[in-house]
Unconditional design. Sequence first.
Length: 205
Amino acid sequence: MTWRAWLPQIVLTVLLNALLPWLVYLLLIRHFSSFTALSAAAFLPLIENIVYLARYRRLDTFGSLMLGSFVLAALLAFMGGDERVLLVRGSIVTGAVGAAFLLSLLLNRPLIYGLAKRFVSPETAAKYEEGWHKPQVRRVFRIMTAVWGAALLLEAAVRTLLVYTLPVAVFLGVSNLVFYGFIGAAALWTWVYRKRSTAAMNPRL
């Protein structure tokens, strides 16, 4: 299966687990509570996970991660709190995802490995499986998982600090800059590191 043939499946995965839930949330938050909007947003990733599990007899790493994020956000919304507690909810979710990345290092195969397999063709995913016995391959995936976990935790810590040290209006202005700054830096590092690791990887990441 070529990359172009596999691309529609990747697009569908991102739509069901990220973009459509986000749009559902944006539409419902105007008329319902945060808890209701987030609970509805979690419905699509839940259905996608059930279908994926029934079809492949294993959990979808990306879908499970997104579902967990929406569920945690809904629980935090249900708990309520003052203005600053509401602002820090996003950082708690980001920190939880970062912690999940780091905790996955204790498992046989870390989160980045599962995410990488989810967004490649079946043939490339099979080659990843074949190459997993190589220590250098396992090292690359574990380093990438550790860096992303640390970046997400650090981003959550920085934004939490800003919530309680800056005026609310100022925080709202810089919050997204901080978030996308960390994500952009981690993505750029991943691209550079992946390029430098191609000699050790087969197939290339």
